[in-house]
Design a protein around this ligand. Structure first.
Ligand SMILES: [Zn+2]
Length: 455
């Protein structure tokens, strides 16, 4: 669709008629970003206060939780009360899902959502319509920072199978067409697929490319090695994993445009995003309350890394208050030269997901493995280790509620992607060792970097 038509006619018409609230939210977000920092923080605190009262009044889980630590309704007006509220874990959400849903449905219809569980445990939760509208709006705002306008053509090189599946059905196709959006699977990265991707990109002419650093780097290296270009792309967003400087460099060389960092997740949408100045990631504090805590759970000073804990200020349908997202980050104590009042996050640690490489050229990242081993019961947790190109070892913890682990089924699925002769060695273990930041690394690759053209 013509981007101009989409931006000025179809988008406003659709959202005004259906009353999604995206336009109103976008107007507010565009205004609030330029307020002085103290003003933005004051707005955030007020929104947090209202959310806490809402949770106390309407959500059984939080009423109990607050009472459990002797918090009364009147105490919620004191901003410092937040530090007395216990942190919320994925496990608790999965165990208390029903009692975490508000009784009055003030936020509108609830939409089921889930994470693939790249940090160990899958999470099933609900997002209300108002919150979805605000997420949509904040994405539009954040992308405007990097010169991408609403309606501009976008492409994702993405591996979340649920996103890809959703976009393949009729509704998904219509959605993509209406939004000038295509998605390319980051599981298929053989030289042949990469060449096809470049051709598709040059046909579709996207302005923005969104990807994980791993697949992005693969594509960029392939383009540089083969002298290929995609001139339409003016900005790249790297998300979900750590972007190393060498990856940024090769990607910028291949596409001749800047790579911007985004920190987001399925639970909250965009949490923080780099602006055109790239001096840190602006935290969307008008949508989330983000804390960084030390090992004793006290707030970290700017410059000191700690655990990230997030409260969603919009999702009244199923409030997430002080959620342990499983990442570590550091606050910046300075203003960005763009002039926006939104505070800065220096960086995110601990989101590295390695890939498994197969002789047929496929590269399979963390989500492929987490989704595969969740597709049938039997495996509690796992770790894939690749020493060489011939195969992998899969360490796994047996879920004893299931008698037989369907290892042959998993093997067949893996060989379907990696080739019939790919060696798959399953080893049952008592537990999987965690990283220093407490995360399970699902994929550990010990391969050296391989030039794609020598395969
Ligand atoms: Zn800025």
């Amino acid at each position: 669709m013509n981007p101009f038509l989409l931006r000025h006619v179809v988008f406003p018409l659709y959202h005004n008629i259906t009353g999604t609230g995206v336009i109103k939210c976008l107007q507010e977000l565009k205004r609030s970003q330029w307020l002085p920092r103290e003003k933005i923080i004051a707005i955030q605190r007020e929104r947090l206060r209202v959310l806490l009262h809402h949770a106390y009044e309407n959500v059984t889980f939080y009423r109990k939780r607050f009472k459990g630590v002797s918090i009364r309704a009147a105490d919620l007006d004191d901003p410092s009360i937040i530090s007395s509220i216990p942190l919320l874990t994925k496990k608790e959400i999965n165990e208390n899902r029903d009692s975490m849903i508000e009784r009055n449905k003030a936020g509108g219809r609830l939409i089921p959502n889930s994470t693939s569980g790249s940090t160990g445990e899958a999470l099933y939760f609900f997002t209300d319509m108002r919150s979805l509208a605000c997420r949509r709006a904040v994405v539009i705002r954040n992308q405007e920072w990097i010169g991408v306008k609403l309606g501009d053509r976008r492409v994702s090189l993405w591996g979340a199978a649920m996103d890809i599946e959703k976009l393949q059905n009729v509704r998904g196709r219509i959605h993509r067409w209406f939004n000038n959006y295509i998605i390319l699977s980051s599981y298929e990265l053989s030289p042949r697929s990469l060449k096809e991707y470049v051709d598709r990109l040059n046909h579709f002419k996207p302005v923005l490319l969104i990807s994980y650093p791993g697949p992005l780097t693969e594509l960029a290296e392939f383009m540089v090695e083969n002298g290929l270009r995609v001139p339409s792309i003016r900005a790249i967003i790297s998300s979900a994993e750590t972007l190393y400087p060498w990856q940024k460099e090769i990607s910028e060389q291949a596409f001749s445009c800047p790579v911007y960092n985004r920190y987001g997740c399925r639970e909250f949408g965009d949490i923080a995003h780099e602006c055109e100045h790239r001096e840190g990631l602006h935290i969307n504090v008008d949508r989330v309350f983000l804390e960084i805590l030390d090992d004793e759970l006290h707030p970290c000073e700017p410059g000191r890394p700690g655990e990230i804990v997030i409260t969603d200020l919009d999702n009244y349908g199923m409030p997430f208050i002080r959620y342990r997202i499983g990442d570590r980050g550091t606050l910046y104590n300075r203003a960005c030269s763009c002039g926006r009042g939104l505070p800065l996050l220096e960086g995110i640690e601990g989101r590295t997901l390695d890939v498994v490489r197969a002789p047929n050229g496929n590269a399979l990242g963390g989500t492929f493995w987490t989704l595969l081993f969740r597709s049938k019961p039997g495996i509690k947790t796992f770790q894939v280790i690749q020493e060489d190109m011939r195969g992998i070892a899969v360490l796994y913890v047996h879920d004893t509620s299931v008698h037989d682990v369907p290892l042959d089924y998993f093997k067949k699925k893996i060989r379907g992607k990696c080739g019939e002769n790919f060696k798959v060695d399953f080893q049952e273990v008592k537990q999987i060792k965690k990283t220093t930041s407490g995360k399970t690394r699902f994929v550990i690759s010990k391969l050296r970097k391989i030039s794609r053209m020598t395969e």
